[in-house]
Design a protein around this ligand. Sequence first.
Ligand code: C2E
Ligand code: CA
Ligand code: CA
Length: 629
Amino acid sequence: MRTGPRGLVRGAARALAGHGRRSDRVELTERLRARERQQAVVSALGQSALASRDTRAVLDEAVRAVATTLDLCIVNLVERRPDGSQVFAATYGWDRRPGDPAPAAGGPATQVIRGGEPLLVRSTEALPAPARATMDALGIRSSAAVVVAGDDGPWGALVSHSSSPDAFGPDDLHFLQSVANVVAAVVARARVEHELQLRATHDALTGLPGRELLRERLNAALAAQAGPVGLLLLDLNGFKDVNDSLGHHVGDDVLRQVAPRLRTPLDPRDTVARLGGDEFAVCLAAPRSREELRDLTGRVSDVLHGTYETPFGPVSLGGSVGAALAPDHGLDAHTLLRHADQAMYRAKRESTGWAVYDPRLDEDPTTRLRAVNELRAAIAQGQIRLAYQPVVHLATGTVRSVEALARWTSPTRGPQSPADFVALAERSGLIGDLTDEILRLACEQAARWLTAGRGLAVAVNLPGSVLAQHGYARRLAQRLEQAGVPTRLLHVEVTETTLVSEAAVTTLRHLVDLGMRVLVDDFGTGYSSLGRLKQLPVQTLKIDRSFITGLAEDRADLAIVRAVVALADELGLDVVAEGVETRQVADALVALGVPRAQGYLYAPPLPAAELEARLDAWPSSRTAMTEIG
Ligand code: C2E
Ligand code: CA
Ligand code: CA
């Protein structure tokens, strides 16, 4: 029963028009007023539900609003737990706290949760004895209850009690249901938020903490100063062969076997994390001496070495382990990670299985300096190129925008990963220059396409540190103007982390005012509160690849994407999926109502000329051109 409050008012007005007698009219006017009041309460509740980050506060507000609007003695939100038990989620007029058990036997909550239909209890006599005793003791004479819907089946019930007999009419039930619907939306959002947070901090494949959480634990251990803090970094030798020859499902199986092995020589307080691919880390929380660390590193290397079970029979793998110890090898997480990494590479290079960091063997200050100088020269000499990847409208095949991705082939070291050289630029202060160069190229290309009648919008990845620069919005607008590119043809991709910076958000606000479009990149991997999005200058959520690539098989991913789509809808935001590699995933996206997608299925990032050739051969590219032209 999801009758909206607006429908209620219209219904009453129609009834009013049809009634001639004066007393009827007075009564109907009264009802109409009451409904309008109720409608205002529901919409105010809906507003604070959207704005608030605090689920419990909204639930408290909901029960209070029901009690004051209908003048009731007790109003409860009862939640059904997965084990079937019931607890209070919010109460008004009764001194029960959230989480306290809610009396189950035969009460209104139990009845609506079981039956699914709204319930009117005109007098407590209709109830089974135990429930009646409780109600009588509380002075309750009549009750009404409605279901709060959940993902699969009822989440719980909204139960209202009056000290007068037969106090609830059908209008009141409508009102209660509208409030329950707002509560259902709030609860659903809180669940997605929780799920996203878990996913942001934990690796989906193994359930282990991810890089950020490891860093957090490492920092906490360092801050506690309980003694030395050890860090191990390791990867599997030969893993890539398994993945390539037996398939990534088998690879995944192998990865899941790593953590249990690692745990055998470790202390339960140590944190095992997966950093990505076949790379794992261990933060050793228990104090350890240098000797103990050496000993443990060797044992970890031993347990990694051996056979792993696969459906094709056992495969033999080994690993390389690098270790670093605070305070000897560094005082902060960043330095320790780097030094453990250098030790790991030495272990790999020298095939020793493991190594503890040693500055004499591992430190090569010239390497990084050389890389920075090379990158600086590359920017200055125009070695940076852009590749463009189309964003495809799933229903029509139309391409209206492309993402620009930086490419660099070093004359001495060959093609470099953009993730690496962008990070290097961030660390070495070159990010401003690099981003300027990328924007220059992107604007030139956008102008060329505009002149050629293609009018493709170009999305550029802008780091938070650049957006936070004072006056950046104005400089960007000038650049577009000089290039002759209308602002609507520049899209800006930012990460959730960027949205935490006030200065960057201010710039984004200007950019949106100027007509640019802002996308939240890698959506779902950060910590952002979904409620806060409404206040932020963003128009599109770009759902991270990690939720998309396995979408066709993974129910958890499916649930998340479905919830993100619903939320985006609620907030008036657009959605794009990235990392679409198969037809099955594309079909799943269409079924979920995701309008646009990007991924290898359609095209990899390509040089401009190659992209143009693809678009010309594309079935619906002509529509795209005329639509924008
Ligand atoms: P991103 O912004 O999330 O870019 C998308 C990445 O996904 C690109 O990797 C792209 O090649 C890749 N990709 C596209 N379709 C698929 C697919 O179907 N499956 C898979 N597995 N991957 C797909 P790329 O080019 O290596 O860039 C990696 C990251 O480096 C980018 O992630 C972005 O964070 C950064 N980056 C790249 N270019 C720039 C740039 O111009 N400026 C800045 N600030 N960062 C950049
Ligand atoms: Ca991006
Ligand atoms: Ca992305």
